[in-house]
Structure formats: C-alpha cells, structure tokens
Design a protein around this ligand. Sequence first.
Ligand code: UN1
Length: 491
Amino acid sequence: MQLNNYIGGSWQKAGGADYTAVLNPANGEVLAQVRLSTTEDVSLAVKAAKEAQKKWALVPAPKRADFLYEIGRLMKEKKEHLSQVLTKEMGKVIEEARGEVQEGIDMALYMAGEGRRMFGETVPSELQDKFAMSVRAPIGVVGLITPWNFPIAIATWKSFPAIVAGNTFVWKPATETPMMAYELALIFEEAGLPSGVANIVFGAGSVVGTAMIEHPDVRVISFTGSTETGRHVAETGGRHLKKVSLEMGGKNAVIVMDDADIDLAVEGILWSAFGTAGQRCTACSRVIVHKDVKEELERKLMESMKDLTIGNGLDESVKIGPVINKKALEKIDSYVEIGKKEGAKLLVGGNVLTEGKFTNGHYYEPTVFTDVKWDSRLAQEEIFGPVVSLIEVSSLDEAIEVNNSVKFGLSSSIFSRDVNKVFRAQRDLDTGIVYVNAGTTGAEIHLPFGGTKGTGNGHRDSGVAALDVFTEWKSIYVDFSGKLQRAQIDN
Ligand code: UN1
C-alpha cells in the first residue's frame, strides 16, 4: 500500500524522491510506504486550502457542523476497523485504541454542537443608540502538526474545531502514523466535506513542517509533539508573526499521601504509568509518596505488576504493547542506565525484551525505580516510556514542591481522603490538569487540555478553549443614532 497526499479533494503523488516505510512496532511488519513531500507540495495544499476557505467561511456554522455529525457517525460505524489499524500502526493495545477512536467520535459530536453555539458577546456601548458585540471569526488556512502517540484523537482535537470555525487546514501527520490520517481522509471524503477543506501532506523530518510555518498564507500553527521541535515551531512561527499553539512534554506525578486509599492509588499508577507503554504526554512518570506509606505502596505495586501481560496489542489479553520504534526503545533504556548511575534503586524491570514473541518488535519491561532523588535526571526529564520513579517526601508541602520542580506542567494527581489536602493541592499544583483520586491520564475532550511552563505556550486543545486557537475575535460597533458620535469625547 502506498500513501499519497490528499490535496483539494484528490489523492496526489508527493514530489519527493524518497519513501519511508510504516512499520508495525509489535512485529516489524511493513504496513505501507509513504512518498515524502516537498515545499512545493505544501504550497499546492495551502493554495487548495486558501481557495476553499473563501466559500467555507460563508457556510453557516450549524451547516459546517452537520459535516462533523456525519464524520462522527462514520467514525462510529468504522470504530473497530479504525482501532485495529491504530493498534497495528502505533502499537497501543486494542482496548486503548478503541478508547482513542471514541475520543475522536466524542470530539466530532462536541464540536458539532459548537456550530450552534460559538458564543460571542454583546455588551453595552458607551454611547446612546449604538450596539456593540464581539463574534468569533474564522481565521483562514491553519496548519496542523500532530504526533504518533494519539494519531487520531489529537488530529480531531485540532481539525474539528478548525472545521466548525470556518477554517480550512493543511495537516502534517507524524511520519510513524500516516495510516490513521489516510483513514480519516477517507471519512472526510465519504462525509462529503467540500474539497480543499481538509488537506494532508505527508513528510518526514522538518521539510513539510517548516514549509507550513513559513508559508505566508498559513495563519495558525497548532502543534503537539516534543519540546525540542515545539521550540523550533515557536521560533520560526514567531519570526513570521504566526499564532502558534503548542502542546509538548510532561513529567507528570501522582502524589500519594499517608491517608490515601493505597489499593486505589496502585491502580491509578499502573494505568497511568504503563498504559500506552508510558507514551502519553500525560503519563505518570513520578510517584511522590509520603514516607509512612512508601513501603506499603512499593509492595502492592510490585505485587500487581505481575499481572501486566506484555505483547502484541491486538491480543485482547495484553496490557502493555510495544513502544513506537527502536530509537524510543534506546532512549528508554538509556534513562534506565542513567537512573542506575544516579544511585536510584531498581525495584522491577529495566530490560529490553528481545526473545521469542518479542524478537521483531520494540518491547520494554515496565520499570519501577525507588529512592529516586527529586532533582536527578531520572526524575526531571521526559522519558516517554514505561518507567516510573518513586520519590519519598514527608509532607504535602514537600510533595507539591517536588511536583512543581520540573520544567513541565501538564498533569498531576493526588490520592488523599483529606478534603483540606485535596483542595490545597488542586490550587497549588502547577499543571494544566489536576486529578484527585485518579491517575494522571484520561482527559475528557470537552475540557481544555494543555499545560504550564515547558508544556505549552498558554493555548489549549479541546474544550471551548480550542476555539480560541482557531478563531479571531472581531468587535463590531453599529451606530444607529444617525449622527457622528465620537467615543471617549464629550459629544
Ligand atoms: C497525549 O498523551 O498527548 O488524557 C494525549 C489522556 C488522553 C489524551 C492524551 N485523553 O491521557
């Protein structure tokens, strides 16, 4: 199978000479070939998007929303197929793949609802016989750059608000997961979305992304990915005065207080640290535990990890799938080595799995370190794999301080039965998302998603906040006095 760009409603061969292969991380099987695009391909896509946007902006928002209802319906109809492709391409276990596709369906229905709201404001004018309001206006052509770990959900977080708000888009999906983009494009076609509203350009490296950011007709860039690439996106975007929305890394912690339900905390840690093999921006990679319950937590965590079956995510009994590729595997392993050198105590795991059914895939054992120093590299840097570090503290104050000591600020969680501690924590944890008595993952699409500090630049995906990225505020004054009234002057 060879994947081509989707531009102006037709499938077009990319101009580059090179191909990349899409590999199943569970067994190395070649799933597809993708021809890589050039700057010229991006220009063609932007041209098609710009042309289509003029008409699209004039379609009433509730009518634009009708396409999203249809897209959501088709996604639901094809949910199992999409989930299977997702597991093959990305590696996450099938139960989670179904969950991710569901997240996309939810987003379609939620954003379709916005087509009948998209609230603006009417406010009193200073002047008599003058009407003042502000409305959300479409921006134009927007550029979307999405990661491989949530190849369909994150694509919907960005493309669906863009669509309902009257924009058209050029989308560069992650090199590792183009098949989900292809599947979504088929759905856009089947739903009858007008040509040029959705455009997809496949690429690898920075050629396509940079061309999108530098193109004068691309007005917004919405990016999810690594902090390193995000910085490049922001710098380049800044030079070109683009609105840039960034969602980047995390180093999320679960805090377990001495009054916590430890069994529940263990479940929360297992799910959020090892689900998706730790490859979520929201994954728990630190556990900040009160000294009085540390031993119990360690013991119960070790005990429950025995049930974590590792393998190909298509097998329903498997709990932990492969990581995305060899590079990721090596990075994870290098952090385990760093942890050992830093003096952290390895409780369980710490190995690449290579034998038997693991031979051709990229599998890493779920790994737990304890006695980790809060300021060590293991506790401060994003690993993006199934590795969790236990850090001991003596009080809630210290737990909050340790939580906030990292350069990221996406998600955090506290397990406690004390309402005072809980309310203090939700106020003082410096992250965009806070969970109480639950792990650090599982954000719902109708709430803003994003983080503070090195995680983002103040924008949010999801929720109504997504419309702030994909609309421009326009303030409108209508004077019906029949005479010239001057604001801020005594008339
Ligand atoms: C991500 O890891 O980039 O909150 C997205 C969650 C999911 C989305 C994660 N709903 O874990």
